[in-house]
Ligand binder design. Structure first.
Ligand SMILES: [Zn+2]
Length: 312
């Protein structure tokens, strides 16, 4: 089954372990595992940790170099994609599309010029915040900023991202920030790697109302495999992933669902230890009564519709 995954942190892992490569590594995502996963598009996040750098834009440049080098080194399997058309062309030619994303809007350092530069270098999605306040807004981290919305600059960023056909990602963003984005954005937006708060109560997950808002606007929820967002078990379980999918489908409709594994940014669930294991989730969904066309929507069709709507 074709697969679109909207979030992995593998490039950050490579940044930390310079001897590792994207062709084949000990992490959860590499070219070989992607080939075995049915992937047609992988979104690669450049995760910038503000605790580690005072120059987030420079850090973005370092990681973008790694991304570009690794995609070029694996051009037999992976190709850069910056649009829906390029995705289709890559798919026709048997290549997996690699989308470049940034997880931490502080990379903009408060300047729309930097946003334009990110776009020029190929970035097509920005996760507006991570777990710290930044020039755009406030995080959902520990729930202490939940009532703080987008800054004026943050509103400008969302409008500019609409203009440049970049995906606005509200995972990690405060609740108030979510609703500000839904007011300001003229395009559908997404939570690339978040689950349902009424199933697992953590500020990183979405309320039922947020899931409905995303569903009504043609947006997406990318299901995250992180154990603390899935439930209370020691390790993330496939049955818990299915529970979140069931709930989000019931609340927001099947069209709102997508995959945002968060591989290489989480403690890997042993039941799905890497991207090549996605067939196990497919079979679990079949066992729980999902039809092939519904699973296809979750794995790729909704993602393709959304990429088309936001990037063209
Ligand atoms: Zn994240």
């Amino acid at each position: 089954m074709n697969l679109v995954d909207f979030h992995c942190d593998t490039i950050y892992k490579l940044r930390k372990a310079p001897d590792q490569r994207l062709s084949k590594n000990s992490f959860s995502v590499d070219a070989e595992k992607l080939k075995n996963s049915g992937s047609i598009a992988q979104f690669f996040a450049l995760y910038i940790d503000l605790a580690e750098t005072k120059d987030p834009f420079d850090e973005f440049i370092r990681m973008e170099e790694i991304f570009r080098r690794e995609i070029a080194a694996n051009s037999d399997v992976l190709r850069f994609s910056g649009s829906f058309g390029e995705l289709l062309e890559n798919q026709r030619n048997g290549f997996i599309s690699s989308f470049l994303t940034v997880e931490e809007g502080a990379a903009l350092e408060g300047s729309i010029k930097n946003l334009v530069e990110l776009h020029r270098l190929g970035v097509r999605l920005i996760t507006l915040t991570w777990n710290y306040p930044n020039c755009i807004g406030y995080p959902a981290f520990e729930g202490k900023y939940m009532d703080m919305g987008l800054t004026d600059f943050g509103c400008e960023v969302v409008q500019a991202m609409n203009h440049y056909k970049m995906i606005v990602d509200v995972s990690h963003l405060s609740d108030r920030g979510f609703y500000d984005v839904s007011e300001v954005s003229r395009k559908p937006f997404m939570a690339s790697h978040s689950n349902a708060r009424s199933v697992t109560n953590t500020p990183r997950n979405l309320t039922d109302d947020m899931i409905r808002v995303l569903g009504n606007k043609g947006g997406l929820v990318g299901i995250n495999f992180e154990k603390t967002f899935l439930g209370n078990s020691e390790q993330g379980k496939i049955s818990e992933i299915v529970r979140h999918i069931d709930h989000i489908r019931n609340v927001g409709g099947i069209e709102v669902l997508a995959i945002g594994s968060d591989f290489d940014g989480i403690d890997t669930p042993p039941e799905i230890s890497d991207i090549s294991q996605m067939g196990k989730l497919l079979r679990a969904l079949e066992d729980n009564g999902y039809r092939q066309d519904e699973i296809e929507k979750i794995f790729c069709r909704n993602g393709l519709r959304f990429i088309k709507d936001t990037m063209s």
